[in-house]
Structure formats: C-alpha cells, structure tokens
Design a protein around this ligand. Structure first.
Ligand code: NAD
Length: 378
C-alpha cells in the first residue's frame, strides 16, 4: 500500500493593470466593480492623504462606500513589522470579509508592498487593489506580484508573491511628486531601456529632462510609461513566482540593496532612494561590461549622461568601495540561491548574465566608476 501522495495543482493568475485617468473623479467607475458590498479598508500614504484627502473622501462618500481609512507614513523605514501589525489590526477591527471587500492601497511602493503583505496574511489571503501615486509605483510595483517589508536591516526580507486583483494607474498624481521621486522612477525605466529596449533608451536620452521637468506632463510621457510597463510585463509574466533566478529585471539590483539600506541609517554617507541606488548599480555594471569590451567608451558616456540629464546620480562613494560591493554581491548571490546571475549590458538594449565576477573584477569596476565620473563631472 502506498504511503506517499503527491498533490499536483496549478494556480491560474489574472490581474489587470489599467491606465485610469483621474481615478477619483466621481465619473470614474474603475474601483466600483471590485466593491460589491460597498465596504473597504482604504490605506493611504500620509503625504498623499494630505494632498488628496478631499477628492478621495468625496469619491467614496459619493459612491456610498463605507470605508475605514488607514493613514500610514509611506517612508522606506516605515515598511516594517510595526506598521504591518497596525494595519492587520485595523483590517480585523473593520471585519473585512474574505472575498469581496478589497483593501485599497493608495501610495508609493512602500504602501503598496505593505498592504500586499497584509492582504496575503489576513485570512490567508484577501483581495487588494493597487493605486500607485509615484512613478516607480506606476511602472514597476503595479506590474509585479511581490509584497514585502524590510526586516533586520534587510530590504524586503519578509514578503510573498501575492498579486492584487487590479492596479489602476493614474499619472495625474505625479504632479505633486518631489523631483527626486520622479527621477527615482525614471531610474527603473532607465533600467528597462538598457536591458531590453533601445528605442526606450533613445526616448530617455532625448526627452528625459523634459519628462523630469514637466513631471510627465508632456509629449512622449504616455509612450515612455507604456513601453516601460510592457517591458516589465513581458519579463515578469512567465516568471511571476521567480522560479527562474536568472532575471534581467534584476539589473541594477545586485550591488545596490545593502548599500541603499545602509545609506538610510548611516549619517556619514548620502542617503539614496531606491531608484537612485538602482542607477548607481547600473553604472557600476556598465563598468563590468566596459572592462569585458562589451560596451564602448561612447556607450558608457551615453548611459551616464542620460542618467545625469534625469538628475540621477552617477557617483556615490559606497560604489567605489570594493569590499562593500563584494559584501553586497555576496548577499545577493545568496538570494539567488548561490549564483551571481549578474545581468550586465552587452550593448544598449541587450543583456547577458555573468557568474564569474571576482573580487579583482570588482576592484577594476570600482576604479573605472571613479575614472568615468571624473571624465563627465570633472
Ligand atoms: P515611496 O513609497 O517611498 O514614496 C516616496 C515618497 O513619495 C514618500 O515620501 C511618499 O509619501 C511620497 N508620495 C507618494 N506619492 C506622492 C504624490 N503623488 N505626491 C507627493 N508625494 C507622494 O517610494 P516608491 O519609490 O514609490 O517605492 C519604493 C518602494 O517600492 C521600495 O520599498 C521598494 O522595495 C518597493 N518596490 C516594490 C516592488 C515590487 O515589485 N513589489 C518593485 C519595486 C519597488
């Protein structure tokens, strides 16, 4: 008689990512079909709430949706266990049902990630909706299935793969975003352009500054957002649960995670937003490509000048410290199950993976990083 069984099942996943102009205009019905009981917990980033409180409240009042509004300070250090527990208690007190009362998350990646994790945990999974209000939220978080919080000084150490039922993208929120946050989002678009889309890179090279200056209220803004989302969708869709740890979308995320987290708590170095840290990692990775004769001198200058035009940093002292870079890469390698799987560009718009980067290669890349910075910044 057999004493073992194999459970073999599969999970079909569909979720919509939709451009939804003025999502809180009372004429806009996108959210409504997801709220059949007219009840919802609405989690709003504190700053977003201070800017858009009236319009959001008015929307839910007008549509007679009974809301419990939870305000959370959406800063990176707030993506923590305390806020997760606080949010779960709010959900419990509201008595959210299991299937038909979505948690509506309104904010940047911090709020979206925190809400996603709370939604996974509560009753083993309840629906949630993402309404990103940052550029990074629109082009990156909205597409992915990942949720998470930081833990023990590590980024996203606790988390899950748990997609929302819908992401609604309303770029009118971007008008109030600080310039540094627009350039941070441009950093992720920049990443996508370098690894897979030469024409997106040209758009950034030619219009990056205008996109930044107008906060995406200009010609080419929709085109750039749509290209970035399409690229992200193509990369994530077939590997949503990250079974394959060779992911070109990890470009820019190999050396940066530890450096980004430390920059937030260490007063002696300049603190970095997520997008800034990603771009610095991209530039360092371009040095690896240059060292291997994959990128030309001119290509590297184009990459760095395009970043500069979008007010993204090309230099940060932590990226000149080979020991710290090695430590970061080793931590990333653990996360990639023992393989470096380091994406590097082979040209602008194409990528390969490296698994043999030595400490010496890192020393050379860090030196090139300083040398190229001297060339473009004097
Ligand atoms: P964020 O959520 O930290 O927000 C940045 C700042 O912008 C905050 O101070 C916030 O209050 C403010 N803000 C938000 N919307 C605003 C608006 N419309 N007007 C004015 N101010 C506004 O930053 P982010 O860049 O959106 O997200 C970064 C986070 O996203 C990181 O924690 C990162 O790990 C996570 N992330 C997750 C995924 C994923 O796949 N789940 C992907 C990429 C990044």
């Amino acid at each position: 008689m057999t004493t073992s069984w194999i459970i073999n099942t599969s999970l079909q996943v569909n979720y919509i990512i939709k451009n939804s102009h003025e999502i809180f205009n009372i004429e806009n019905n996108d959210i409504l079909s997801y709220c059949p009981t007219n009840r919802a917990v609405v989690v709003i980033d504190e700053k977003v709430n201070s800017l858009y409180k009236n319009i959001i409240e008015n929307y839910f009042t007008y549509h007679k949706i009974n809301c419990r509004v939870v305000i959370i300070n959406g800063i990176e250090t707030g993506k923590n266990l305390d806020n997760l527990i606080y949010l779960l208690k709010e959900i419990e007190q509201f008595g959210t049902s299991r299937k038909s009362e979505p948690i509506i998350a309104i904010g940047g990646g911090v709020i979206l990630d925190l809400v996603g994790l709370a939604a996974t945990l509560y009753r083993r999974g309840i629906p949630y909706i993402r309404i990103p209000t940052t550029l990074l939220g629109i082009v990156d978080v909205s597409v992915a299935a990942k949720t998470g919080i930081n833990f023990e000084d590590r980024r996203n150490r606790l988390g899950s793969y748990y997609p929302p039922v819908a992401s609604f993208l309303d770029k009118t929120f971007l008008k109030t975003l600080e310039e540094i946050e627009i350039s941070s989002g441009l950093g992720e678009i920049f990443k996508m352009s370098l690894i897979k889309d030469n024409s997106l890179f040209s758009l950034l090279e030619n219009h990056g500054k205008t996109l930044l200056d107008t906060k995406f209220n200009c010609e080419h803004a929709d085109e750039v957002i749509n290209f970035a989302i399409q690229g992200m969708k193509e990369e994530l869709e077939n590997n949503l649960w990250e079974k394959n740890l060779k992911r070109i979308v990890d470009f820019g995320h190999s050396f940066s995670p530890i450096i980004e987290m430390r920059s937030l708590v260490n007063d002696s170095v300049k603190s970095l937003t997520h997008g800034q840290a990603v771009v610095l990692d991209i530039i360092l990775s371009c040095m690896v490509s240059y060292d291997r004769n994959l990128l030309s001198h001119d290509d590297v200058l184009r990459v760095m000048n395009t970043a500069k035009n979008m007010n993204l940093p090309t230099y940060h002292e932590s990226f000149t410290d080979p020991a710290l870079l090695l430590e970061s890469l080793q931590d990333t390698t653990k996360h990639r199950n023992g393989d470096q799987n380091l994406p590097i560009p082979t040209s602008i718009g194409t990528t390969m993976f490296v698994n043999d980067l030595s400490y010496n290669d890192i020393v050379v890349a860090a030196e090139l990083f300083s040398k190229f910075n001297k060339e473009i910044n004097g």
